[in-house]
Every structure is written in structure tokens, then in C-alpha cells.
Design a protein around this ligand. Sequence first.
Ligand SMILES: [Zn+2]
Ligand SMILES: [Zn+2]
Length: 351
Amino acid sequence: MNSTVCPKCGKETGKLLGTVCKDCFFEQFHLAELPLVLHAKMCSKCNAYFNRGKWTNIGNAENVVNRCVENALFVHKDVEDVEICIEPRQLTPYMYRVHVEVDAGIMGEPVHQELDTEVRITRESCDMCSRMSGGYFEGIIQVRATNRVPTEDEKGQCIAIAKNVVHHMQKKGDRLAFITDSLDLKEGTDLYIGSNNTSNHICRAIVEEMGGSFSESPSLFGQKDGKDLYRITFSMRLPEFMPGDVIHFKDRIIEVTNSPRRINGIDLSNGSRFNALPDEMKGATRIAQRSDAVTAVLVAIEDDDIMVLDPVTYKTITIKKPLFLAAQAGDEIAVLRTEYGLFALSGANPE
Ligand SMILES: [Zn+2]
Ligand SMILES: [Zn+2]
């Protein structure tokens, strides 16, 4: 084996690291450096971390401490296979002791270093939380329904969809994705939203899940950095007809079985299927709901007709046999009294 002399210490060595022997090399080599004290700014409400002029949600206080240490840790640029282990230990909610171990390799030699630091946390309100507590909003979503009032279930469903959309947008780093306020009104619900973009996403998600449509009307409310700021009112209209509604449309009596996007149903007078777009339903009126049904005794079945005892007049009347009828003569079946006569309801909803 060739041996050379270290130009720095004069010792004989089998291998030079760079220009000096191993001992001389590691005497001056620092694998990693870390300040003894670090400062991290966190939101006292949502735990967002303030880093490089921006607030971001990266998880709990321990995640923030780890990130703060990672950002401050300097590792020698020539090393390979770097492994960093960060162990934070909470002393108080505002102070963590952190032990760091760094392993790497340089010119075929393994190197290891241990460091300790202290992370001091200051807590204040982030951009999002201070906007929310100040009542800031850009978009108002007015949830209403066409020719009726939204049900409590529908209002709850819209709020749940809004929260879900906001949650996903926040996860992607949108600091204006929040709900400032929600007002429960007789005619529906008003949602106050941090940005118009978020409002638009919420309305699209509601249409996707519940049907209906929305329109936007902007109004100028101020300027920021020379740019006009608009507030947009989103008029959200839930569909007029819901599953379970019985409607009168072009001389047909239709029980609605499915309503978002397309209106599907069964014609109660002959059992045929009904299918139309909400836009095609001009002139349709709701005459009853499936829940208004009463029971009547089935007297006899004859081909496509059945005879039932009218529960009010006690007269036997002949009506069309519903699409799905499992009952036998003598059984009770569900019928609906309407201004257009008596109709038997299907035992099961198709589709
Ligand atoms: Zn040397
Ligand atoms: Zn916050």
C-alpha cells in the first residue's frame, strides 16, 4: 500500500481526506451546526406556524418544533446518506428542549454528531384566525330552495358540505378558506365565507351532491393595494322537488324517487317511469308527499287494476295496480288521496 505524509501534521497516512490525513480532517470538520436557542411563532388558536413570512398549518406544537429545528439545522454540504433524528421534549407549552443526532458519511468514513437546542414558542393569532374573529368575509352564500323552504336536514347538509370543502382547501394552504358565520333564517341559511373562490367551490359541491343551481352577483366593497375588492352574493337554489314528493305535471301524477340533476319518478296512474331535467318541469306542482299516504284495504286484484276500500268514503274503487305490489287481497296497502283521486304507492322505490 502506498503511504503518504500529511502536509499538515507530518504523520504518515494510508489515505488523504481531501488534502490532509484523517485526524487533521476531522479536527476541523463540523458535520452539523445548530443555534443554541431558536424561536418559533405559532397561532394560539389553530396551531399554524409562521415561517418565511407565511402562516401554514403543519400540525401540532411538536410538528412546529421539529420543523423549526429542521429549518435552522445546517448540515455540511459534502456529506452523503444523511440521517437526522430530532427528539423534542416539552418543558412548558412555550419551551422545548430538543436533542438532535446526525449521521452521515464523508469520503467513505461514517460521521456522527449530537446537538442540543431550545425552542421558544410565541403564540399569537394567525392571519386566518384574526380575520375570522374580526368577522371578515368576501362571499355570502344564500341557501334557498325553488318555490319552497329548505328543510332542516337540507340546511344541515349544506353546512356539512361547506365545512368539508373549507377543510380540504385549508389543507391545501388556502388561508381564506373559512366560514365566518352562518345564519339560520326562516327562508334558508346564509353562510359568510372568507373568499369568493371558496364560496364558489362550496356552491359547486352543493350542486354536485344535492342538485339545484346557483348564480353570482358581485358588488364592489373597497380597494386593496389599488385593486378593486368585490363581495359576491351566491344565490343557491336547491331543487324544487325532492324524493317522496308527488307532483302533478302535464296531466300525470308522478312520485319523485330521485332528484339531484335529473328528476326520476314513477307515474302513479300507470306505473310508467318518468325522467326529466329540472328545467323541463315548468308548470309542475307538488300535490302531496309520500309521507301523506294512508292505509287502505286491498279488496281484489284484477290484471293491471286493483280494488281498494276508500279509507274515507268506504266505497270500493278501482285504481291502477302499482309497479311493485307484494300484497294480496285482504292486506292493507299505502294509498295517497289527492285532488286528482286515489293512488296506490309502490311498495318499494325502484332504483
Ligand atoms: Zn495530519
Ligand atoms: Zn390560527
